[in-house]
Design a protein around this ligand. Structure first.
Ligand SMILES: Cc1cc2nc3c(=O)[nH]c(=O)nc-3n(C[C@H](O)[C@H](O)[C@H](O)COP(=O)(O)OP(=O)(O)OC[C@H]3O[C@@H](n4cnc5c(N)ncnc54)[C@H](O)[C@@H]3O)c2cc1C
Length: 398
């Protein structure tokens, strides 16, 4: 299949490089940072989703189901931690029962293994002894992992198969030449037969370099976490999630017992003022201005301003955030929560009409394949996304 360049050393780019190099292909990954998994992949919740939420038949639904199994097998093969701590999606009152029934319907359609409907607080508390709620769905095979370690292990396979992973190589130029692609960084120049762009928060910037449609653009949403005091982690055995608001692509404030046994609460979803802006103080006039002048900005603001105000208030005022978390665990005290320094920034694609793209999205421009939307559960789905891209874009053509 000739030479393939991949931009982006997050889990999606590295999973693709691994799948290609396992076939004997000549692969080079170009990553601008000095280590892999520096952005979304190294700043996420570490959950291996079982596919409860996604629209049946969507790429998210099918690739998450296949990806979960592949990640589990990869962790077993490499001796990496993989813990099936299980997840409860909890309706705290009757008003959430219809939305919970929809999650149950989607989970069944998506083949979520061993999913169970739980009614009544007694049965709920057998699974999570401190939770409050009227009903829930329980997914016992939802798991937690360390995606940065998984990416490193995948990269070792790439190198062992003869592939190259070049860190500190920020792609600044892409030019099509006689059916091939010339890719430049400040320190290198290569010509590849094909190029795949897996650039997360920068995917729209690179799409412009390639001459692709400017839409969808990336809207960076920061997710901030709180951590439960070590002496209080027994309040949570696995994962406790709210019933999500179907109008919004994020899952709401939840509790997760991570792979190294700490319990985090979050992430919320506040606008990041820079693509890679991990705190309120990291601000880019250019990124903010570009978001504000996008045609979808005002329709989006009109539709979601209430949710935005609510999320921003919760980010700035701990008591408001605490009240949201306490809905699920009445024994929680405000002093149990400490702000975690590490936040994550989600690359959420949005269109010209202000719509937030729900499904994974891939574009093709000549010999260049672009991942335009790879938000959660793209870490879970990474190995399946790699096979999907190879099958539909690199081998058979789009
Ligand atoms: C707060 C949060 C929680 C999440 N929780 C989960 C979860 O529990 N489970 C799950 O499955 N998913 C989760 N996700 C989503 C998941 O992390 C992402 O979908 C996934 O990591 C995307 O991987 P990626 O490789 O596409 O992007 P990234 O990991 O962002 O990698 C893109 C890479 O491209 C590089 N790059 C960009 N521009 C250039 C350039 N010009 N030249 C060279 N390199 C470039 C960047 O430096 C970066 O390393 C979460 C995300 C966030 C932010």
């Amino acid at each position: 299949m000739g030479t393939t360049g991949i931009i982006g050393g997050g889990i999606v780019g590295v999973a693709l490089a691994r799948a290609l190099s396992a076939r004997g292909d000549d692969v080079t990954v170009l990553e601008k940072e000095h280590r892999l998994a520096e952005h979304q992949t190294g700043h996420n919740s570490g959950v291996v989703h079982a596919g409860l939420y996604y629209k049946p038949g969507s790429l998210k639904a099918t690739l998450c189901a296949a990806g979960r199994v592949s990640i589990r097998e990869f962790c077993a093969e490499k001796g990496l931690p993989y813990r099936e701590v299980g997840k409860l999606v909890v309706a705290v009152d009757e008003s959430e029962l219809d939305a919970l029934a929809e999650i149950e319907r989607r989970s069944t359609a998506n083949g979520v293994p061993d999913l169970a409907r739980i009614d009544g607080v007694g049965r709920l508390r057998e699974i999570e002894p401190h939770v409050r709620g009227v009903a829930a769905v329980h997914s016992p095979h939802t798991a937690v992992v360390d995606y940065a370690s998984i990416t490193e292990a995948m990269a070792q396979d790439v190198r062992a198969a003869g592939g190259a992973i070049r860190l500190g190589h920020e792609v600044t130029g892409i030019r099509r030449e006689d059916g091939r692609v010339r890719v430049t960084t400040p320190v290198s120049e290569d010509v590849f037969d094909r190029l795949v762009v897996c650039a997360g928060l920068q995917s729209d910037v690179l799409a412009l370099l390639v001459g692709a449609d400017p839409s969808p653009k990336i809207l960076p949403f920061r997710g901030e976490y709180w951590e439960l005091a070590p002496e209080r982690i027994d309040l949570v055995r696995g994962m406790i999630y709210p019933v999500p608001d179907p109008r919004f692509p994020f899952l709401g404030v939840h509790f997760t017992r991570g792979v190294y046994d700490s319990v985090h609460v979050g992430p919320n979803a506040v606008p990041a003022l820079r693509r890679e802006g991990y705190t309120w103080l990291q601000w880019s006039a250019k990124d903010t201005w570009e978001s504000l002048r996008w045609p979808g900005a005002w329709p989006l603001a009109k539709q979601h301003w209430r949710m935005g105000v609510d999320e921003i208030s919760g980010s700035l005022l701990k008591p408001l955030y605490f009240q949201k978390a306490r809905r699920f665990i009445p024994e929680l005290r405000q002093s149990d929560l400490t702000r975690k320094s590490a936040a994550g920034v989600r690359a959420q694609a949005w269109g010209r009409a202000g719509e937030l793209l729900d499904d994974f999205a891939v574009d093709q421009v000549g010999p260049i394949t672009l991942l335009r939307n790879a938000p959660s559960p793209a870490a879970t789905s990474s190995i399946a996304i790699a096979h999907h891209v190879i099958e539909h874009y690199l081998v058979n053509g789009a």
